[in-house]
Design a protein around this ligand. Structure first.
Ligand code: GLN
Length: 503
């Protein structure tokens, strides 16, 4: 059986029907991970512990205590701290760091126990590579080497959750977790032909997630289908008192509308009848490649076939999302990363004369170039005299960007556009020029600034590289977004294609 080609919804059925055991599935994926090292998708594996969890999952099933996800393997982005695996955030600063506890997401998806009664029983395959401290759009900023795109190993996998995306695309995990501060779930999902969702801010606990920019960071799944994302998101979101921004009522079944019609009251023959989809003119302007524009438009037309109406909307401040984000995210990062000083956390230089030199050398040696750049920018915009001019100004525009979305949502139920300006680019092509790299985030940043949920759904190919379309919903509309993506996937097969390098 080619288990790596099955969505987790099918794996769940196969496990339930006893066609395969958790242990067999875990061994299957572990041997694929070994054979698929060239993509550099994983930073740490621990086969002994993976198989231990798998056998526990088999025992739970035998005892009639299995839930929907029990025994299904999952890869975790290395930004989530994990007991038993290293937790490095792909930084030299945290080489060999072993966390004494599990992040909330890892705990919730992991083995149930007396201390973790709600654990979903999924089996951890290992830690996925990423951009250092989740800063990047290509996964070339990892201290442990770039991740390669399974569709074309000369191309980037996208970032910062590039290892998670490459692992799923290459069949080295059936599903993975990621985090999205400015596009890091949606962008690698798009560039690797996968489905991913960044939930509304506050849906998923940030407890144990190594912080990048706390007011923007949000965790979510990267998988093959919208149905798989609904399954994982339902298990990973809950109210967590350990995260003060965790929503009170975030635990819900995000798959509840998957097979329902949009307008449940009408007897419409078309499933999406009544749905108004807004296409922002600013998303289809200069800077977008023809190939991506064509596929995304074709995706919109397909949703129209399913009964939706297309309307034009405007998000006039789209362009400002890049300068605003690249002021606010580094400001928060410079503060969050101050704990990595060689004393409280992280690498310590071996030679130094005094305390101040110890800090200086430890941080100089431990952080990579992009992380240093962000710390410098962040410290600058927060410093006396510049705070009002940059930081406060950016906060004001952040508000206006959020208001733009609300104005658009008075005309439509869903916003549709591209995820990225183009398909995956060649390794090294943008890494010399940080501004070129930041431009790749133009369509994803604004939803994080506003805190809205957004998805990436495969909708075409160009030069044999995948293209994603982005669905943006209003606050807390994840179940609806997943419903629309699922309906789309019932009538298209973009998400089912497999990279030929992988088969
Ligand atoms: N590319 C953006 C950045 O470099 C977003 C990264 C992310 O979402 N973690 O900050």
């Amino acid at each position: 059986m080619n288990w790596h080609q099955s969505p987790i919804s099918m794996l769940a059925k196969a496990l339930e029907a006893k066609e395969v055991s958790s242990t067999e599935l875990a061994s299957y994926f572990l041997s694929r991970i070994k054979a698929g090292k060239r993509w550099n998708a994983y930073l740490d594996i621990n086969p002994g512990l993976t198989l231990e969890q798998a056998s526990l999952a088999d025992e739970l099933r035998a005892a009639g205590k299995a839930g929907k996800l029990t025994g299904i393997p999952v890869a975790h982005k290395d930004v989530f701290v994990t007991r038993g695996w290293k937790s490095t955030a792909a930084s030299k600063m945290l080489t060999d760091y072993q966390s004494p506890f599990d992040a909330a997401v890892v705990e919730r998806l992991g083995m149930p126990s007396e201390h973790n009664p709600h654990g979903a029983g999924m089996v951890c395959l290992g830690k996925a590579n990423m951009d250092e401290f989740a800063m990047g759009s290509s996964n070339e900023n990892s201290a442990f080497g770039a991740v390669l795109n399974p569709w074309n190993s000369e191309c980037v996998a996208g970032g910062s959750s590039g290892g998670s995306a490459a692992a799923v695309a290459a069949g080295l995990a059936p599903i993975a977790t990621g985090t999205d501060t400015g596009g890091s779930i949606r962008q690698p999902a798009a560039l690797c032909g996968l489905t991913g969702i960044k939930p509304s801010y506050g849906r998923v606990s940030r407890y144990g997630m190594i912080a990048y920019a706390s007011s923007l960071d949000q965790a979510g799944p990267i998988g093959k289908t919208a149905e798989d994302c609904a399954l994982l998101l339902s298990a990973m979101s809950f109210h967590d008192p350990r995260d003060s921004t965790s929503l009170a009522d975030s635990g819900e079944d995000y798959g509840r509308y998957l097979n329902a019609a949009w307008d449940a009251s009408g007897a419409a023959a078309k499933p999406l009848h009544g749905l108004r989809i807004g296409l922002p003119s600013e998303f289809f302007a200069e800077g977008l490649s023809n190939a991506v524009a064509k596929s995304v438009q074709a995706g919109a037309n397909q949703l129209q076939e399913l009964g939706a109406t297309l309307v034009e909307v405007s998000l006039p401040k789209t362009k400002l999302s890049i300068p605003v984000y690249y002021v606010l995210a580094p400001a928060e990062a410079s503060s969050n990363l101050s704990r990595f000083d060689g004393v409280r956390y992280g690498h310590r230089a071996s030679e130094y004369r005094d305390l101040s030199e110890m800090y200086k050398r430890s941080r100089t040696e431990g952080f990579g170039a992009e992380v240093k750049r962000r710390i410098l920018i962040g410290s600058y915009v927060l410093s006396h005299g510049y705070y009002d001019a940059y930081y406060l100004q950016a906060q004001r525009i952040r508000r206006i960007i959020a208001a733009d979305f609300q104005a658009a949502f008075s005309k439509c139920d869903l916003i549709l556009g591209p995820v990225t300006p183009d398909v995956a680019w060649k390794l090294g092509e943008k890494s010399k020029d940080p501004l070129q790299m930041y431009l790749a985030d133009i369509y994803t940043l604004s939803t994080n600034l506003a805190g809205l949920p957004a998805m990436s759904v495969p909708c075409g190919f160009s030069q044999n590289l995948p293209i994603g379309m982005q669905l943006i919903g209003n606050y807390f509309s994840e179940a609806r977004l997943l419903q629309i993506a699922h309906q789309f996937q019932q009538t298209t097969d973009w998400h089912l294609r497999q990279p030929s390098e992988v088969l």
